[in-house]
Design a protein around this ligand. Structure first.
Ligand code: AMP
Length: 609
């Protein structure tokens, strides 16, 4: 049976896992790390870099290195989040052909799902390397607050990467699955997730018989590790200005170095009380002297700088418990997710608020991917019965007269669900009504996300307010929304299935898939060449080291001279094949090369040699 991988496609880092013989396991990347930076870069030579190698060169190639693409996925060009990203990102964000968002790197423009697909493709490769088998099915996690368009865009990213995304699940739900795996007690838990870009809190009930019910979920999409980093950057910039009168913000390169240093200092302060930020030659003074930044920061200073950020997290927790109608002591366990929960102040505040130490049994960076893998295994194996009862993260409703938003399905309603409401016409003799289906929490419809629209025609002519129309919303277990409207008297009915839009057409996704496949062929070829080259060069080095000695020993005989000349020819051929980057030719010569190597070793090892 084909196996399914679970992928946590994070804002800052991604992680892939699989269930092996009933044990959920994280798959390490090629460098042996369990998480991979969700970063993509294109080098000057047009080469694509993903993960750690992309992160390592981010400072010198900031304009062509994408980080935090997740903040843009499935968003419209006109959204405030995109406007905000344009101001802060070092890479160029441009408008796409469908009011969507594209990213310009070097001489090419990419859609956001395409960028995310590059990360997914890499995760898929790690899994295939590790399992030594092709993988095509995945469960991918998304933040609970993601709307339908963002979910669809994530699915598209999977498809472009050559993955059949058999389910999209919410990150907190995945964390709860990993937490509850193998446990039998009934529990109410809170999942506190503070990552690089976002904060999320969910309250879930883990029932007996593998039922996971989400009670409430909330969060802030602009509250995360990057905000903590920004506070340190502000502090460093201000200090530098006070000391030298120079504004580091004017220099992009300096700012990028500051960003890296701030994050590093923040992480170090999770395990030590003090750390030094040391950035030599950060900028030049007005007199062209090189200036250095060197400053010590303490954990207490960091905590002071970020106090309000931690408080905001706790305020959201408070609100979520109220929504869930639960007291703090009704929470049996608190699961921490996300790199930022390693900060001692965050852990202390969580402990103070919930009145208990957070659970230490799960790894904050891995728990979401493990949960996705558990869900993946359950989906293909009927014996692993598990029921996930998720909630709608956003209210669903329609736009009514005067641009008001009329809610039909409230936030945090367990899905699947169906709700109806009766509306009346707003004009005399109105024969048609346009139904605008929206998602969001604002009273003002314009501030919510438009999911789809349709027109109910053939209404009976009557004075305004006298024709009654029943609107029904339905969400099935895959999260697909359908809406119908019915004239209660005539029975005239119209309905639509709301299809989320990732911002890409089917054709575009198809083309991007083809491009990704082509890349994969090239990538496999270059991986194969790299492997062969390393192996060949190791032998060449050793043969060359032995050459003078072997020559000395065997040169006296014709047979020996012949062997030496043959060895030279083989070395030349291999070098030529390496020069031409011809993996097949290198491999073809490998056997002769290995034979020569064995022969040389034999000669050198001879007692009189
Ligand atoms: P995630 O999105 O879950 O990968 O979380 C990434 C965020 O966690 C980034 O902002 C990191 O800087 C932050 N982070 C990672 N390790 C630590 C640490 N030891 N202490 C504080 N923050 C950390």
């Amino acid at each position: 049976m084909e196996r399914v991988i679970g992928i946590d496609l994070g804002t800052t880092n991604s992680c892939v896992a699989i269930v092996e013989e009933s044990v959920p396991t994280v798959i390490p990347n090629r460098g042996g790390y369990k998480t991979t930076p969700s970063m993509v870069a294109i080098t000057e030579a047009g080469k694509r870099l993903v993960g750690h190698i992309a992160k390592r060169q981010a400072i010198t190639n900031a304009e062509n290195t994408v980080h935090a693409a997740k903040r843009l996925i499935g968003r419209k060009w006109s959204s405030p989040q995109v406007k905000n990203a344009i101001l802060t990102a070092a890479y160029k964000i441009v408008e796409g052909p469908h009011g969507d968002v594209r990213i310009h790197l070097r001489d090419k423009t990419y859609s956001v799902p395409e960028i995310s697909a590059m990360v997914l493709q890499e995760m898929k490769l790690f899994a295939e390397d590790y399992l030594s088998e092709p993988i095509s099915k995945a469960v991918i996690t998304v933040p609970a607050y993601f709307n339908d368009n963002q979910r669809q865009a994530t699915k598209d990213a999977g498809q472009i990467a050559g993955l059949d995304v058999i389910r999209i699940i919410n990150e907190p739900t995945a964390a709860a699955l990993a937490y509850g795996y193998g446990k039998t007690e009934e529990k109410t838990i809170a999942v506190f997730d503070l990552g690089g870009g976002t904060f999320d809190i969910s309250v879930l009930e883990i029932g007996s018989g593998g039922v996971f019910r989400v009670i409430a979920t909330a969060g802030d999409t602009f509250l995360g590790g990057e905000d903590f980093d920004a506070r340190i950057i502000d502090w460093l910039v201000q200090g530098f200005k006070d000391q030298y009168g120079v504004d580091l913000r004017q220099d992009r390169m300096a700012l990028q170095r500051l960003k890296d240093a701030a994050e590093k200092a923040k992480c170090e302060l999770s395990s030590q009380n003090e750390t030094e930020v040391n950035l030599p030659f950060i900028i030049s003074s007005s007199r062209n002297e090189a200036l250095h930044l060197q400053r010590t920061i303490s954990r207490t200073t960091l905590e002071g700088l970020c106090e309000d950020l931690v408080e905001r997290c706790i305020d959201i927790c408070k609100q979520t418990l109220e929504d869930a109608r639960l007291e703090r002591d009704e929470i049996d366990d608190v699961v921490l997710v996300g790199g930022m929960t390693r900060m001692p102040k965050v852990q202390e505040s969580v402990q103070d608020f919930f009145g208990r130490p957070p659970n230490k049994g799960v790894h904050p960076d891995e728990v979401v991917a493990l949960g996705a893998a558990i869900q993946g295994a359950a989906l293909i194996d009927d014996s692993k019965q598990m029921i996930l009862l998720d909630v709608t993260p956003h209210a669903l409703g329609i736009m009514t007269y005067g641009s008001n938003f009329e809610e039909l399905i409230p936030q945090n309603t367990t899905v699947p669900t169906s709700r109806s409401k009766i509306f009346t016409t707003s004009r005399d003799n109105q024969t048609a009504v346009k139904i605008l289906v929206m998602q969001g929490e604002s009273q003002n419809a314009a501030e919510n996300e438009l999911l789809g629209e349709f027109i109910l025609t053939g209404l009976r002519r009557a004075p305004k307010g006298q024709v009654e129309i029943e609107v029904t919303f339905e969400i099935n277990s895959d999260g697909i929304v359908s809406v119908s409207a019915r004239d209660l008297e005539t029975g005239q009915q119209q309905s639509i299935q709301v299809t989320a839009s990732s911002g890409l057409t089917k054709e575009e996704v198809g083309q991007m898939m083809e491009a990704a496949k082509e890349y994969l062929v090239d990538r496999r070829a270059s991986d194969a060449f790299e492997g062969a080259r390393q192996e060949a060069e190791k032998l060449i080095t050793e043969i060359e080291r032995m050459f003078p000695q072997v020559e000395h020993i065997v040169a006296a005989s014709d047979f020996g001279r012949d062997a030496i000349s043959k060895a030279r020819t083989i070395l030349d051929r291999v070098r030529q094949a390496i020069g031409k980057k011809d993996a097949a030719a290198v491999k073809e010569q490998m056997e002769s090369l290995a034979r020569t190597h064995r022969m040389f070793k034999g000669v050198v090892a001879r007692p009189n040699g």
